[in-house]
Design a protein around this ligand. Structure first.
Ligand code: AKB
Length: 340
């Protein structure tokens, strides 16, 4: 008999770190199988049933996992973020799309074999949106899930397409088979805003200027910000992002009418970021030196999102607004991190 477990890909990434901690704190008996191309650190390893250093493109390794485990939920976090995927589009597509397909196939096979649905939690992104220019973006305000859906980056297009793949696996997988299967992939996606963590730094993203500004200031380093002071994006702290994933996972299927949900917390300019950081690190030095190409990506993402559907259907509510996020969560934790 296979062992019941939860699979987390990209376990070593920013969301993975916090998610493994939260999942195992809430349920110490949960068997977490963590997969990443880099080894996870000792502290996380101790929380996991098994950790695997491997590539989501390795179907032999995925087959081995399928033979040993019966996954109830899969959190598929592994991805190449927007700036990196723009520099290496084929690699971005390979990991973000082909990799996701491998994991969806695993979920489909397991759900059909067991007759029980496998929940597939997928972090999509505000990159799935594409606004034509900054004026339209600022006019658009809070965008709804079905608006401005022509993504402009390889990463955004990959995320958007994987949402569609999720819909296919959820509703239509092998629809011409004469007999329908009992179990299916229960696909649930969240379009995350830029995420800010006090304990990890993002790599390869375009919303990275927010968290980078704070981490540089905490280390007494000068920061060259690659967007102008006016650049506006929705952001959220990592604890809220992880709570959202756990909340959506736990939501009864009967309450959900959609497969993809926006969630929001606060929308801020790069200047507002700098101002709040200066409040806690008065010596912080940020030079605004926009990189026109990365700025174009930020300009194509919404300034804010309409998350009323998530609020209505699964009770989404952020805990940290902009000022509380810095005051109570980010600054104390980041100071502790760099004072060590
Ligand atoms: C990125 O900047 O690529 C990510 C995202 C907004 O999904 N942080």
């Amino acid at each position: 008999m296979s062992t019941k477990a939860v699979l987390i890909t990209g376990a070593n990434g920013e969301i993975g770190h916090g998610l493994i901690t939260q999942l195992t704190e809430r349920n110490p008996n949960l068997r977490v199988v963590a997969l990443d191309v880099h080894p996870v650190n000792k502290e996380l390893k101790e929380r996991c049933h098994e950790t695997i250093v491997g590539d989501i493109m390795d179907t032999v390794m995925i087959d081995r996992l399928a033979a040993f485990y019966d996954f109830q939920s899969i959190y598929h976090l592994a991805a190449i973020l927007s700036t990196k995927a723009e520099r290496e589009p084929v690699l971005g597509h390979r990991i973000n799309v082909d990799g996701t397909l491998n994991l969806l196939e695993l979920a489909a096979r397991q759900s059909r074999a067991s007759g029980e649905n496998v929940k597939f939690l997928f972090p999509s992104s505000i990159a799935a949106y594409g606004l034509p220019d900054v004026e339209t973006k600022m006019r658009a305000g809070k965008v709804k899930e079905d608006e401005w859906s022509s993504a402009r980056t390889m990463y955004g297009i990959n995320k958007k397409y994987c949402e569609d793949l999720g819909r296919y696996y959820n509703w239509y997988y092998r629809q011409t088979d004469p007999q329908s299967a009992a179990g299916h992939v229960d696909f649930r996606a969240i379009r995350f805003p830029g995420l800010i963590s006090a304990v990890t730094l993002p790599t390869g993203g375009t919303s990275d200027y927010g968290p980078e500004m704070m981490h540089f200031a905490a280390q007494g380093k000068e920061y060259n910000c690659f967007v102008p002071e006016t650049a506006t994006l929705p952001f959220m702290v990592m604890v809220d992002a992880i709570n959202a994933l756990l909340q959506l996972e736990a939501a009864p299927a009967k309450n959900l009418t959609a497969l993809v949900y926006n969630i929001g917390a606060f929308s801020v300019t790069a200047k507002e970021f700098y101002d709040v950081i200066k409040k806690y690190f008065p010596g912080a030095k940020v030079n605004f030196a926009p990189d026109a190409l990365r700025q174009k990506i930020v300009d194509s993402w919404p300034a804010d999102v309409d998350d009323s559907l998530a609020k209505r259907e699964w009770g989404w509510k952020h805990e940290y607004d902009f000022h509380r996020a810095f005051e109570e969560y980010l600054i104390p934790a980041v100071k502790q991190r760099y004072q060590k």
